[in-house]
Ligand binder design. Sequence first.
Ligand code: ATP
Ligand code: MG
Length: 452
Amino acid sequence: MIRKLFRKMLELPAGLGKGRVRPRVIPLAQHGIRREALSRAALKVTARLQEEGFAAYVVGGAVRDLLLGVSPKDFDVATNATPEQVHHCFRRSRIIGRRFRIVHVMMGPETIEVTTFRGGSINDTNETGRIMADNSYGTQEEDAHRRDFTVNALFYDPKNETIIDYQHGVKDLQARRLVMIGQPARRYQEDPVRMLRAVRLAAKLGFEIDAHTQKPIRAHAHLLRREPAARLFDEMLKLLMSGHAYACLLKLRDEGLSHGVFPLLDAVLGGEDDDHRFLKLALASTDARMREDKPISVGFLLATLLWRQVNQHWQALMSEGERPLPALLHAIGEVESEQDETLAIPRRYSVTMREIWTLQSRFDSRIGQRPYRFLEQPRFRAAFDFLVLRAEAGEVPRALVDWWAAFQHGDTEEREALLEQAKTSDLGETRAPRKRRPRRRRKPGGAPESDA
Ligand code: ATP
Ligand code: MG
């Protein structure tokens, strides 16, 4: 009876029924996901829409993650209500987006993204087949068809605790396979970011990318260059904060997606694998923090990504005799201007990134009042965490980290003792000559200046 009613709900409006497929409706007994597994906000939003007579389902990543036994990081809802109707149902909500209008419903600390079923034909594309807008509404079945991967096209109905599967998503999920819905090449033309999503989701979920889904990626990689820098930057952050950052980066490189797409990644992944010691350590620590649900500072993360370049320039300038701080500032300037032209790092992140770098030269000043003043710096902690990574990568002596750790936590007496000790113990941290005079006395040929 319930199932019959349910089928009725899924029925398409007259005229749209051609080629209709009956979805698999999977009961609770088979999938085991109770409505209590959803967040309060997701439950409330779906319930409210259903009370108003609309269809409303939890959809996408959340259903996929629940089936995999992973706790979803957010919940998306799909409905047949238009954005205006959704907005009307919730006081704290707003319609956002232009190319793709959705509604954000704010409920307590959560924000639920509510999308109206997409459907009809996509006629707003540009000359490369890129979708320019997708605001024509359709049925649930059509909506499933518009989603990217089969495992992302599952709907969960909290009322009946059933899963609705139009695209064999459950089968692919069990096989741990990422399969693009429809013709992969065409779907990448419509939206090139789907290639990045394939890489990220495969790394995050530990899935194989299906052969047909993978094959066109290399040939379509160039399309990513036309995407707005801001969208690419967001997607790159998602990659880096997926909990599998290094695996994602290597996979991007293997799929031919790193070069010429994200200038940042060209820089990061360039050089030999041996050069990636610091990067690997930094990303492993980011991944671990993600898994432990600890906050991640994007500025810090970006600082670690580009540190190899900064450090190379810095060391080179110091070996030419430049003093540590000016050499470091000089190196930072060079790396930043390379990045600026291509991948605009938003200012709110680049400021932190630059500060963390600049402060690295201050760990060498362990005399007088300087260490005390350094401790008062608001970014001391971030700079210190960065120094720890550098020590782990073998760039600076471990003893320097230990000294600063002791100084941070010591009382006045202990600090004075540490300062005394620093006068006599050279940790070899300053690798540049302190004085430039000897260089100036020499002529290019190396002969001592006779007329000085
Ligand atoms: P995550 O775990 O990162 O949140 P997700 O699959 O939930 O993964 P979202 O960006 O939250 O990713 O997208 C929600 C859903 O919207 C996806 O599961 C998918 O069904 C659909 N979707 C997102 N981006 C696209 C796209 N570029 N093309 C088609 N469908 C998409
Ligand atoms: Mg999601």
